[in-house]
Design a protein around this ligand. Structure first.
Ligand code: GLA
Length: 613
């Protein structure tokens, strides 16, 4: 496609996409704190809501065939699941035969008979067109290194690439442009999942490298060891891949799913290159694995929004501890993925689905929570060892999805006050159980539930916003971009589990504090950091109390900018009250600067941060 063929609107998107392509993150330099004057998240061309679909990995691993995939595709259509949103029919590891001398990848035609061309070559075009003709989208799988996960983890498995060492190098490393042209261009795929075993598992000491089976690369990523990894190299590889995709699909109509399991802080930078990025290791079909993966995404609301989503991995509903015999767990899993805006990629073999499984994955009211157009990820508002409550602000003012979660194998009672949902406790409110459809009034401003073991109650609560004429920043995480997160090399190593910016919690996961007082609402950040908030000229004032998160008085400087112009600046050791006019402002920026000599960073809080209309 040439620029000549683009409509004005699409041309505008193309130019905007190009202008927004970020350079690989510089270290936490002072320049990062300079206002950008704009909301730097790329304009959304796809994945405006979390992608939904199916992937064969959880059910079939590499033992997949075209027939098995098409059987599931048919079921997605015939059962109405496609209409409910499950449109991406993906593929995972195992499809490739080899890379030819001219660099083109050949498809394993024993798996995908329709890929065999009369001239002896192979193409996925017929397969993709078949899915497209069914109203579905098509997804493929590859790796950011030279080799794939099956080659390191399933050494003697079926369906490994064949041929010489070079022919078995089917990953994108060194072939970014050629592969992206083939996948998104010639073959017409809509979605590619890009794994990372190739940069993690092929170090010189590996027996299969020593014996010459595979070539050494890196490792640039050592699992759970950021200190031994090379984050910049990994980020650069994904950035290059994104650039190669942009060149093939300048309209932005594609999905890049980054799959490096939350390593090398992709959780902080994935948003700049992919529409989704994994936040943890592979899920398995058991309760603790599901919770572990959920936790890896649950505190990261400020990193997600339209066009970019935290990915705790595919759904296990219909499998193992989430199968038809475990409907409580299956509903919990689905509820949790829904409330944190996780991509809903089904993983079970759906060719003969159990009715209860179909009911659960097809529950429209639950899907609607996940697919709400505002794109606000749910935030944690209460937590004990066994329970937690998450609130997701829906597009409709005064409407909140609430998940009451029992993580334990025992019954638990749980209560959440309407105030924790930023709803007026004195005004009438209703709540609807999205699994049973039961609706009732909220009494005395408190929502209480007796939860069965492993139960999650998912409710839609409607009331009156607590702020009559405004909104807390914590209610609009999709409109916040963590532009400079304050992570330093030291803090990244010492505090690897911190989330640099969080709603209603400090980066360390502790309660928000300012001036020695606990604050229920606000954004916890690190110094030095800069948040961009998309106002779209909708508001007239910004108010907050800003300060260090603890009372060991460290000097901090707080700055507020409106469209790049300084609106407020104050330095000191005491909390500062900020109340500035923002009428006509598109992008608000919140900067905090100040160093602690020992830790390198300071925990700071924008408490009760709110925008008034
Ligand atoms: C990795 C990914 C999985 C799957 C396998 C395929 O483990 O995280 O989702 O794609 O590779 O080998």
């Amino acid at each position: 496609m040439t620029i000549r063929h683009l409509t004005h609107r699409r041309l505008a998107t193309v130019l905007a996409l190009a202008a927004c392509a970020p350079a690989v993150h510089a270290d936490n330099a002072a320049s990062n704190l300079r206002p950008s004057g704009r909301f730097s998240v790329r304009p959304v061309a796809t994945a405006a809501t979390p992608p939904m679909g199916w992937n064969p990995w959880n059910a079939f691993h590499t033992q997949v065939t075209e027939a098995k995939i098409m059987a599931v595709a048919q079921v997605l259509k015939s059962t109405g699941l496609a209409d409910a949103g499950y449109r991406y029919v993906n593929m995972d590891d195992g499809w490739w035969l080899k890379r030819r001398a001219d660099g083109r990848i050949e498809i394993r035609t024993s798996m995908f008979p329709s890929a065999a061309l009369p001239d002896g070559g192979t193409s996925f075009r017929p397969y993709v067109e078949r899915l497209h003709s069914m109203g579905l989208k098509a997804g493929l799988y590859t790796d950011i290194g030279r080799n794939a996960c099956s080659q390191s983890w399933d050494e003697h498995g079926a369906n490994l690439p064949v041929g010489t060492r070079q022919e078995r190098e089917i990953g994108t490393y060194g072939y970014q442009a050629q592969d992206m042209r083939l996948f998104y261009g010639e073959w017409g795929f809509d979605y590619v999942k890009v794994d990372a075993c190739g940069v993690a598992d092929f170090q010189a000491e590996k027996p299969f490298v020593k014996d010459g089976t595979y070539r050494a690369l890196g490792p640039y990523m050592v699992r759970n060891r950021p200190d031994l990894s090379e984050p910049k190299v990994v980020e650069r590889l994904y950035a290059d891949l994104r650039a190669a995709i942009d060149a093939v699909r300048p309209d932005g109509d594609f999905i890049l799913s980054i799959c490096n399991w939350g390593e090398v802080h992709v959780t902080d930078w994935g948003k700049d290159y992919g529409q989704m990025w994994r936040t943890s290791q592979d899920i398995s079909a058991n309760w603790w694995s599901m919770l572990h993966n959920f936790d890896s995404s649950a505190g990261r609301a400020l990193y997600a929004g339209p066009g970019h989503w935290n990915d705790p991995d595919m759904l296990e509903v219909g499998l193992g501890e989430f199968d038809a015999d475990h409907p409580v767990e299956a509903r919990a899993h689905m509820s949790l993925w829904a409330i944190i805006n996780a991509p809903l990629v089904l993983g079970a073999d759906l060719s003969k689905p159990a009715p209860v499984v179909l009911d659960i994955i097809g529950k429209r009211d639950v899907i609607a929570v996940n697919q709400d157009p505002a794109g606000n990820q749910g935030v944690i508002v209460a937590r004990t060892a066994d329970t937690e409550a998450l609130v997701k602000s829906m597009a409709q003012a005064g409407t909140k999805a609430l998940a009451l979660v029992n993580r334990s194998a025992h019954p638990q009672a749980l209560s959440v006050a309407l105030a924790r949902l930023n709803l007026d406790p004195a005004a009438p409110a209703t709540m609807r159980d999205l699994w049973t459809g039961q609706e009732r009034a909220v009494e005395r401003g408190v929502i209480s539930a007796e939860l069965a073991p492993h139960e999650t109650r998912l409710l839609l609560v409607r009331g009156l916003p607590e702020l009559k004429n405004g909104v807390y920043l914590g209610e609009m995480p999709a409109r916040i971009n963590v532009a400079a997160d304050g992570r330093t090399q030291i803090s990244a190593l010492r505090f690897a589990s911190w989330v640099p910016a969080q709603v209603n919690a400090s980066p360390a996961g502790t309660p928000l504090m300012v001036g020695g007082k606990r604050r229920d609402n606000g954004i916890g950040v690190l110094s030095d950091s800069r948040l961009e908030v998309r106002l779209d000229k909708e508001f007239s004032r910004f108010r907050t109390v800003a300060g260090a998160n603890d009372d060991t008085a460290r000097p901090l400087t707080f700055r507020v900018y409106g469209d790049g112009k300084l609106l407020f600046e104050q330095a000191g050791t005491q909390p500062v009250e900020i109340d500035v006019p923002v009428r006509g402002v598109d992008t608000l920026e919140l900067v905090v600067e100040g160093k602690d000599r020992e830790a390198g960073v300071v925990l700071a809080t924008w408490a009760d941060a709110r925008l008034m209309r």
